[in-house]
Design a binder for this molecule. Sequence first.
Ligand code: HEM
Length: 490
Amino acid sequence: MFFVVVLSVLSLPFLWWYFFLQKFKSLSVIPGPRPLPLIGNAFDIGDTPIALLNNCAKLLNQYGDVFKIFIGNECKVFIANADFLEEIMSSNVHITKSNTYDLLKPFLNDGLLTSRGSKWKKRRKMITPTLHFKILDQFLEVFNSSTDILIAKLSSEVGKDWTDIYPYINLFSLDVICETTMGVKISSQEGKNSEFVHALSHYFDILVVRAFSAWKRFDFLFKFAAEYPLQEKYVETLQKFCSSVIEKRRLEKSPQVVETTSDLGIKRRIALLDLLLESDDLTNDDIKEEINTFMFAGHDTTTSGVTFALLALAENPEIQQNVYEEILEVVGEEKYVSMQHLQDTKYLEMVIKEVQRKYSSVPFIERQLEMDATICGVHFPRGATLHLYLHGVHHNEKYFPDPEKFDPERFLPHRQAERHNYAFVPFSAGPRNCIGQKFAMFDIKVLIIKILQKFKILQAPDYKPQLGMAAVLKSYNGMRLRLTRRDSGK
Ligand code: HEM
């Protein structure tokens, strides 16, 4: 009797596994590596950002642009095919994020990136106008002044064999996102607010650890992990900082304006927070989740976009020269990069797009099906996770021949017109696309224009970046580059 009970108990997980696989039987038409009972394809996919990037690329080569894996209690279908992406991204139904996004909830709660259903719809409608052209025009001043500080910092690195530019760009992005969303200068580039900066960057480190751990990703089990009290401490620091800014702003007599000093004198500028404060519907907690969401969604992504843009320019000196010549022609030696300059630097735009293709800042996003669905003729059961593999579609030879070649001319208007609309989707597309995409493009453009006005960017000796993908694409051995001053003639 005892043995029967023990056997029955031991066989329970396998029974669960059998029924779990049955649920996804209709996906047998989609290829993928054979899963092991219970652990699925954990070994095929790896448990670090570097392994994940390399293994996913291998699976894409082996199984084609739609393949599936089983991991934990999920069946994930990796999609690097533009037809599938079009059906999913353009849909008003498949807009629910997967469980992976729950890892963000301690910090973001239910902000725009993670929320679902009617809450997301209402907020999206409310927040979209806060990033219209006029507001972005005002943000240009922050992009300009923060880049000036960055350039001053980088000046002491000129002439060295190499500099890891990642920490510099990271603080630059943080200064920009805090000033534009909260209206406060945190001056992280100048070493201020270090507790907040430390909390934010270490919270992100813990996120990556959780995302790749077999057990730390489960909220209940994570409570026993060494990182749990640290996460609590960091979240508390971040929430306190945000709350104090919101409360201070509410008390101000005219909350919709901020006074800042710039090279051009005193300017009055609106921050995202001020626009949210104008709504009677939003409590302080509602506002906090949206502000934190913007800080999360706009910080590491821009850092990644800028660092890889600088790497690509160093690796391709003739392309850097073309960009520089365009800057000379359009901007000359002017110190303030204006909206007109941004509109006229067309070649730079193509270069940034090619950077987003080759080094997609957001390498993947995920959706969870809330109902059975037929997508491009394949029946997907409710509960399946759609892993929209953006880095994969951007490296799919079908759309981008010779994908490892850095070639901005892929984005010449006539060549773009020949390509599938959903083959290049670094900001996603459709109703749940990136709300900050213009912000990001302008920010990156201003930085590159101003940096190239001053410096030539060269490759560091004996250095190869070690790319890995988690929430963003990142080089895990820093981003080493060499800077020389343009006016030194080197
Ligand atoms: C290179 C820079 C950036 C890239 C590549 C990027 C990419 C993306 C992608 C792919 C999504 C879809 C996420 C998903 O479906 O899970 C997204 C969403 C979002 N992004 Fe960005 N992003 C960038 C910069 C920014 C910036 C600067 C901001 C804010 C100022 C921002 C704010 C957001 C928000 C709030 C969402 C959620 C939108 C929603 O679900 O309605 N992003 N971004």
